[in-house]
Design a protein around this ligand. Sequence first.
Ligand code: ZN
Length: 350
Amino acid sequence: MTLKPVLLSFISALLPRFGIWLLFLGLLTTTACREAKLNEAKKTIPTVNGPIPIEQLGFALTHEHIMSNFGKDKGETSQYNEEALFKQVVPYLRKLKSLGVNSIFDCTTAYFGRRVDLLQRISDSTGIQLITNTGFYGAANDRYIPPFAFESDAMEISKIWIEEFRKGIDGTDIRPGFIKLAFDEGIPSPIDIKLFTAGLLTHLSTGLTLAVHTGDNPEAVNQQLQLLEEYKVSSSAWIWVHANKVSDIDILLKTASKGAWISLDGVNTSNIDTFLQIIDQFKSRNLLHRILLSHDGNGFPRGGPIREFEAVPKELIPAMRIHGFTEREIDQIMIENPKNAFRIVVRKED
Ligand SMILES: [Zn+2]
């Protein structure tokens, strides 16, 4: 017996087992790589100047409009007097920065004035981190929904939004950090339901959170919660935008205790006491970790004067301190909650 055939038979006997181990190792590495990528994605959020570690979000206003053309005719909403815009918005954002604001979530959607190229230049000039959105605005009697959305199904619409997340918006490499949607008043219409469904599909594919203009519309809230359940998406992937318009705080507390985010986004100089009382109720129910505070301000509404967004750092927070709120509680609302609400992770419920 020569050595060669012995060696060959030895190798051929080992190879199948070895092959299986190699395959197993390969699978392990791929899964580990995917996990690592997913974990990495969870740790960052896209701003108009590229992704930043989510820990760097800092003090954040979660519902403002740097500018918008809400109210203008369709087709005219992406044009701005850029010189006037910069002259008005840049000093204002610098002032906000000096008040301690690090990040702003811009809620102006496509078709009523989203211009990510301008947002990027504004962020460059001010040092404020801006996060833009994908999605369509279904309120205002469907005025700003693009016509093709009525003909398309939810899956087709979600593909557009997912594409924006993967590749960028309007030919740029600027990616959205959340999904912005809106419901009209009254019984939810088929198009509002379809857009919300497209939002759920987008969430399941990207992990982006849904911020949905809903206001005082309990029926729309119920339908959204039902759809979240149907698609097995946790209610922590959903923000009830303009929830402060609801007079029955019990509904807000009940919805918050289910894990949803309650956006109290109408703060201004004249309602500091009202907001203090609402926040106090969340505190007494140990639900401070479910609320977001903002103004729904606008730096350049159709070219008009600023609708201010400074009352939270300037007036509400000092009032909270006087009222006995601790620094930890304030940081919870202004730093921790935005981070947790907008963290990019698929929130699937089994
Ligand atoms: Zn708004």
